[in-house]
Every structure is written in structure tokens, then in C-alpha cells.
Design a protein around this ligand. Structure first.
Ligand code: 6GU
Length: 261
């Protein structure tokens, strides 16, 4: 790799995971092979702990996905390793310069194939479950985290294939958005979460929010679990869950039913 400290932390050896995953691939929402995500950031330490923990780390250890966080400064030619500069035409805020970003993307693309370069930006395409499903079927991805007042427009015009936002609010940088995007993509790769069907029954996967769930005890100080869930009658349970999902969606997110969101 590039030998930088951050790349080492999350870098894992190439594993032989290709071809291991069969079955769910035909549903069309799963990647059927190992995927690599390279994240370009001016503040890579923000992401190290995120990818070093939890389900995402286990996914990497299993060889299902490899996430490599890069410090963009390693591609800066400036003697102070700066990434930003003043905007042409004046005004407040600094702009991320094109050169280090171009050098980073060019180097990565010389090392392997990438399906897409994604720029995390508040004015990008809104992230939703269908987009996460779609991206999880792609090959390797590069994610570019914006900072300061944004990036030089030529980065967006010439180096980026897609721009993604995680919601209608502004973050200080794209790192949290990249972490969110990675999480949604990685968790639906088969084998990443324990029960493969559970990613399919998530809220939003079928355009509905999830039905209520319960576990023991069946009666907690008089607060009871619905009888149908204790009935042992699976068809009735399934029907109840579907009805609950529809009703909850109608109450909480009516736009999902009417196709307005
Ligand atoms: Cl991708 N970046 C920033 N800076 N703010 C955001 C965002 C991204 N998505 C929502 N807000």
C-alpha cells in the first residue's frame, strides 16, 4: 500500500473470499465477492476507531470487505502538507485543491480497478436503502471526504462519478458521512451480520418500517407480548408482522407508502 500509518491500521491481507459467497447474490442486492473501499480524508484519525471496532472490523477480518483510510496529505506537494487554498474571486473559507486529490485517485486507480469515485457532499444524491443496495453490488469504491468550504469544482467535474449526501443538514466534514455510507453498504454483504435474512427484513428494505419485536419475558410486570407471537403459528406471525409494518409506516412515514419519499 502507500505505507502510511492509517493505511496500516485498517489494511488487511488480501483474502480468498472471492467466490465464497453464493445464494443471496441472485436477489440482486448483495455483492458476491470481496469489496475494497478506499477513503480519502484530510482527518483520517476520525475514521480509524470507527473501522477498527465492531461489526465492520469483523467483516474485514472475515475478508468480506477491506476498508483502507488514507491521509490525503501524503499526496500534498506543499512543503507544509496543506490541502486547501484561498478561493479565486475572494470570499470566506478555504477550498480543497485539486492536485493532491488527483494524485491520490490516480495512484489508487493504477493499483486496481474501481467501480466508482464517490464524493461525500451535502448537495449530493440523498442516501437511502435502494442506493446502499445498489452500491453494495459494485466493485471497489473510492470515497472522497470534503472539508473546509468544499473542493475545487474541477474535482467534481472530472474526478468524481457520484456525489452522495446523508441528509439535509450540514456536517463539518464528509468523514461521518463516509462512515455512514460504508456501514449501510457493508452490513448487507452476506456473512457480515450473523443472520443473513435479517438485513433483508430491515426497516426500508421492503419500503416499510420494521414491525415491533419482543423477547423474554412474555409478561414483564403486566406488560405483555402480543399473543400471536407466542402462538407458534408462523403464518399468523408473518401476517401480523406485515400488518404492523404497514400500520407503522402509515403512522410514522406515510410518504413511503404514497411513493413521495
Ligand atoms: Cl456528505 N458532507 C457534509 N459536510 N455534510 C453533510 C453531508 C456530507 N451529508 C449531509 N450533510
Amino acid at each position: 500500500m502507500c505505507g502510511n500509518r492509517h493505511a496500516e491500521i485498517t489494511d488487511l491481507p488480501e483474502s480468498g473470499a472471492e467466490g465464497v459467497l453464493a445464494g443471496p447474490a441472485e436477489s440482486g442486492i448483495f455483492a458476491a465477492r470481496s469489496m475494497r473501499i478506499d477513503i480519502l480524508s484530510a482527518v483520517p484519525r476520525l475514521l480509524d476507531s470507527w473501522f477498527g471496532e465492531s461489526i465492520l472490523q469483523r467483516a474485514q477480518q472475515k475478508g468480506l470487505v477491506e476498508v483502507v483510510v488514507h491521509d490525503l496529505r501524503q499526496w500534498s506537494t506543499d512543503k507544509h502538507r496543506r490541502l486547501d487554498d484561498n478561493p479565486f474571486g475572494g470570499g470566506a473559507g478555504m477550498v480543497m485543491a485539486i492536485e493532491p486529490i488527483h494524485r491520490a485517485i490516480t495512484q489508487l486507480k493504477s493499483e486496481r480497478e474501481y467501480a466508482e469515485v464517490i464524493y461525500l457532499s451535502p448537495d449530493g444524491q440523498l442516501l437511502d436503502q435502494p442506493l446502499a443496495n445498489q452500491l453494495s453490488t459494485k466493485g471497489n469504491l473510492i470515497m472522497l471526504c470534503g472539508h473546509y468550504k468544499g473542493v475545487d469544482e474541477r474535482v467534481r467535474e472530472h474526478l468524481v462519478d457520484r456525489e452522495v449526501s446523508i441528509g439535509d443538514y450540514v456536517l463539518t466534514g464528509g468523514e461521518l458521512a463516509a462512515a455512514v455510507l460504508c456501514d449501510t453498504i457493508i452490513r448487507i454483504i452476506p456473512g457480515v451480520i450473523g443472520d443473513e435474512t435479517s438485513a433483508l427484513s430491515d426497516s426500508f428494505q421492503d419500503g416499510l418500517v420494521a414491525p415491533p419485536t419482543y423477547t423474554r419475558p412474555a409478561d414483564y410486570q403486566g406488560w405483555k407480548v402480543p399473543d400471536v407471537l407466542l402462538s407458534g403459528h408462523q403464518a399468523k406471525v408473518d401476517e401480523w408482522r406485515h400488518q404492523q409494518a404497514v400500520e407503522r409506516t402509515r403512522q410514522r412515514r406515510p410518504g413511503l407508502l404514497s411513493g413521495e419519499e
